[in-house]
Design a protein around this ligand. Structure first.
Ligand code: SF4
Length: 357
């Protein structure tokens, strides 16, 4: 398939011609500013293009330059990221911007080792930023590229070394003149034509290079994985004092680190009912004895690793209570604008507390 330089060149130029004529008009494709391209690439990891567009535009209004991001408070950074998930991306982005401003005079390094040393720069981001922003022939493998090549090479059950071998192959195929367009072309092909379900092989520009298509097995590749998702039932307490609501900050390590949420937690098998579970959780987390009041409603949210059903109640603190250092009494406006929350908690603010605030 790619055994001669002529075939490799033919693949590369066919892909580039198709990409130039068919690429989607996306905001980050109108810039050569490395900071803006970096922003889009951080956001696009594990998030769909449709979701990223709005975030990208709001982000650049809020943090128009790398310097403005580096100087921002981490809480504002996480707030602007709220809803995109995988918050470590935002933390690393912020930290890396600070390093680039402090140690590199605001210029991103233009070689792989320099970028790899920055927080959040894995092989994908290194390749994307170097090829798209700096026109360097550095290859990338993401889920789309991997699927396209599993099909082109008709690999149903890839070995552990598949990605490594693919990087090597791509290094021999990547366009030296337009490496950024080549990389984006492959990802675009995976997103628009060689989709995971029902690939549009009839209009695929590279079908003559595709072994799976020739064998008629493209729909069998890749073999779908059985995903196990845990279902969690949880309870949440809305504790009010005057017109303010109690929230607390999650630990700085682990899942949804540093985000703010209402007191509450997982319902355990030992809990008699939801109210008892909430009473216990609030006592364990805040030290406050509570009586549980009205049921306010239910919110469901699917995170990547689990699905959660959040049962929301009013709760009243029974005795004098002094919030711990990771807790705050906040107004509804502050909840919406200042404190970054996990998506499930943000849904509670939007759907259940909306009438009060
Ligand atoms: S021919 Fe079909 S399976 Fe092969 S790369 Fe094109 S869209 Fe994908």
């Amino acid at each position: 398939m790619f055994d001669t330089a002529l075939k490799r060149k033919a693949f590369s130029s066919t892909l580039l011609t198709w990409y130039v004529g068919h690429k989607r008009d996306l905001p980050w494709r109108h810039t050569k500013d490395p900071y803006k391209i970096w922003t889009s690439e951080v956001m696009l990891q594990q998030t769909t293009v449709a979701t990223v567009i709005g975030y990208y535009q709001r982000w650049l209004k809020r943090f128009p330059t790398m310097k403005s991001l580096a100087q921002a408070d981490i809480r504002d950074v996480l707030k602007a990221w709220q809803g995109l998930g995988y918050y470590n991306r935002a933390r690393n982005f912020h930290r890396a911007a600070q390093i680039v401003i402090d140690q590199f005079g605001g210029e991103l390094p233009q070689e792989p080792d320099g970028l790899r040393a920055l927080p959040g720069f894995g092989p994908y981001t290194v390749g994307a930023v170097l090829s798209i922003a700096f026109n360097k022939p550095v290859t990338i493998v993401d889920a789309n590229v991997r699927r396209v090549f599993q099909r082109i090479l008709a690999v149903q059950n890839p070995e552990a070394s598949f990605d490594k071998d693919l990087y090597k192959l791509l290094e021999s195929v990547i366009s030296r003149r337009s490496p950024g367009d080549f990389n984006q072309g492959l990802m675009e092909l995976g997103a628009l034509i060689c989709r995971s379900k029902e690939p549009s092989c009839n209009v695929c520009p590279v079908k003559e290079f595709c072994s799976a298509y020739k064998k008629g097995i493209q729909e069998l590749i890749p073999v779908p994985k059985q995903l196990k998702t845990e279902n969690i039932r949880a309870v949440v307490g809305i504790i009010k004092e005057k017109n303010k609501i109690l929230i607390q900050k999650r630990p700085s390590e682990g899942l949804l680190a540093d985000l703010w949420e209402f007191p509450g937690g997982k319902v355990e098998s030992r809990d008699k009912d939801l109210k008892e579970a909430l009473k216990r959780e609030i006592l364990e987390e805040t030290g406050a004895n509570c009586s549980i009041g009205r049921y306010l409603g239910k919110v469901n949210h699917a995170y990547t690793q689990f699905r959660v059903e959040l049962n929301v109640f009013e709760a009243n603190v029974l005795k004098d209570f002094t919030p711990g250092k990771n807790m705050r009494w906040v107004t509804g406006k502050d909840l919406k604008n200042k404190y970054p929350m996990p998506s499930g908690s943000a849904k509670i603010v939007k759907k259940i507390l909306k009438s009060d605030h």
